[in-house]
Design a protein around this ligand. Structure first.
Ligand SMILES: NC(=O)C1=CN([C@@H]2O[C@H](COP(=O)(O)OP(=O)(O)OC[C@H]3O[C@@H](n4cnc5c(N)ncnc54)[C@H](OP(=O)(O)O)[C@@H]3O)[C@@H](O)[C@H]2O)[C@@H](O)CC1
Ligand SMILES: Nc1ncnc2c1ncn2[C@@H]1O[C@H](COP(=O)(O)OP(=O)(O)O)[C@@H](O)[C@H]1O
Length: 461
């Protein structure tokens, strides 16, 4: 699990570090890390460092000085003034200083650009000269290494802004929200989190890693039977959305559930032809999956109440989200941004600009865990902790992916995982299956790829 720290949290951690370790050269540590990754990305070519006025520029200038020992380094102080000591070090090391025009002219002869314009202090957007330069980097496809974050992004949000687009980002001590929340995260490239000695406190926002999913995944033992592994009761689908029932069941079976019961309106012939192990009708279950493919069904609250008679907890998806039976501790809600907006009575764009606080609010009010689906998948617990799932490629943005995901989460809930782990593991494993099978697979085909991903995960654990 990786901590995700806001700019204010990072500055506070840095202050605590300096109070305890006066005189330690943190900038030197940061600069050495930048130079090390720069040398990994591009071993010998000319390097162009774009340096801003603040400490981020200082990191870039000291890195320039280190790199200049072995190769030609150009420095563009984008605002004329830069960090004084950093500038002196870069000059002493023989870096050549250029202006905006010189930087643009030199670009074709460079193998790497280091973006050290702004980091934690970055305001959204770029001034014109930098925007022109960043666009030139994009169109020349040169490697860009951003220090702390691509300048122009806001450290604390996932909002897309005119900014540098990095191939790699070197950040310090912990991830920041812009590294993990889309669309900003898509501009960071591969993110290296470097330990520079600054300790960050445990955070309420974290990002899960594959190793977490491997640790949590329920694997059968010699004493397992179908009931011990968990029974999932599905009431999903409708005459119009029959496929939703098949997709959810596929998710649960390919995620390794002990048994599936189906109590929805889709004809048994259709279900059993595809999945002969499904037991038709109600019965005792460890978790239910409700709502996928219901449509605007009149009987929603009756269907939710009926499921409560058979299962202690449920995954609540799609149209069942609007028929919640009061406080539902231990349950899992799986809205996308539009559905969460309807639950909160606000606009979709409001949810998209404040995903963490919106998901937290619904979790707090209902007592359930909320999995907010989308390009970044946030799992908010009633106590306020939010875990971001392992990210995956955007091919998964298609009708039916959410139905499969509800089924996977149902299997994990039935196996006994707490709702937040079921949500994080379920959404992560779906993303991992998509990442290991790049391309436009239909959601049911991707569900069939889950077993090989899960087998690999549990074997590696
Ligand atoms: N905290 C730590 O543990 C450590 C921190 N370290 C480093 O310090 C960095 C933080 O330094 P910081 O506080 O000096 O702010 P910083 O990121 O340089 O930004 C301010 C400058 O940027 C400018 N500017 C802003 N937005 C802009 C934009 N969109 N486009 C263009 N310019 C923009 C802004 O302009 P102004 O507001 O003055 O007009 C001002 O000049 C941190 O990210 C890390 O790299 C490491 O050395 C060691 C460990
Ligand atoms: N941009 C994206 N990148 C990756 N995955 C996405 C993206 N947008 C949506 N998804 C995935 O697609 C699914 C969409 O769910 P949902 O909107 O409920 O669709 P449906 O109800 O049709 O199955 C979610 O599971 C989410 O994981």
């Amino acid at each position: 699990m990786r901590a995700v720290v806001t700019a204010a949290g990072m500055r506070a951690a840095e202050q605590r570090f300096f109070d305890a370790n006066p005189g330690v050269d943190l900038m030197g540590r940061a600069a050495r890390a930048v130079a090390r990754v720069a040398a990994e990305v591009n071993t010998a070519g000319q390097v162009l460092v774009v340096a801003g006025r603040g400490n981020n520029g200082g990191d870039g200038l000291f890195a320039a000085a280190i790199l200049a020992a072995h190769r030609r380094v150009l420095v563009w102080p984008a605002f004329g003034r830069t960090h004084d000591a950093g500038q002196a070090a870069a000059r002493a090391a023989g870096c050549q200083f250029v202006d905006a025009l010189g930087a643009l002219e030199a670009l074709p002869d460079c193998g790497l650009v280091i973006d050290a314009v702004a980091g934690l202090g970055s305001r959204p957007g770029l001034p014109q000269a930098l925007a022109t330069f960043a666009a030139a980097c994009d169109s020349s496809a040169i490697d860009v290494l951003s220090v702390d974050l691509p300048s122009g992004l806001d450290a604390d949000s996932g909002a897309g802004q005119p900014s540098f687009r990095a191939t790699r980002t070197v950040t310090f001590a912990a991830l920041k929200p812009c590294h993990v929340a889309q669309p900003a995260a898509g501009r960071c490239g591969r993110v290296h989190v470097v330990d520079i000695g600054v300790e960050v406190a445990a955070t309420q926002l974290r990002q899960a890693e594959e190793a977490d999913v491997a640790t949590w995944w329920p694997t059968p033992t010699a004493s397992s039977d179908k009931y011990a592994r968990g029974v999932v009761l599905f009431d999903t689908g409708s005459a119009r959305y029959q496929g939703a029932a098949l997709l959810g069941i596929s998710g649960a079976l390919h995620a390794g559930t002990g048994m599936v019961r189906y109590a929805g309106p889709v004809h048994s012939g259709l279900i059993l032809t595809r999945y002969p192990s499904v037991v038709m009708g109600d019965g005792r279950a460890q978790a239910a999956v409700l709502g996928s493919g219901w449509g605007e069904d009149e009987g929603a609250s009756g269907r939710v109440s009926s499921a409560r008679l058979h299962a202690p907890v449920a995954v609540v998806d799609a149209d069942a989200l609007y028929s919640l039976p009061g406080r539902i501790d231990g349950w899992l809600l799986t809205p996308h941004a539009g559905e969460l907006a309807r639950l909160l009575g606000c606009s979709r764009s409001h949810v998209e600009s404040r995903p963490v606080s919106c998901a937290r609010e619904v979790a707090r009010v209902t007592g359930a865990t909320v999995l907010l689906k989308g390009a970044t998948q946030y799992v908010a617990e009633p106590g306020g902790r939010v875990t971001i799932a392992v990210p995956g490629p955007h091919w998964s943005a298609q009708a039916g992916s959410g139905d499969v995901l509800a089924g996977i989460c149902g299997a994990l809930l039935a196996a006994g995982l707490p709702a937040w782990q079921a949500a994080v593991a379920g959404s992560s494993v779906q993303a991992m299956a998509a990442a290991r099978n790049p391309g436009p697979y239909p959601p049911d085909e991707l569900a069939r790829r889950l077993p090989e991903v899960i087998a690999g995960l549990v074997a590696a654990d």
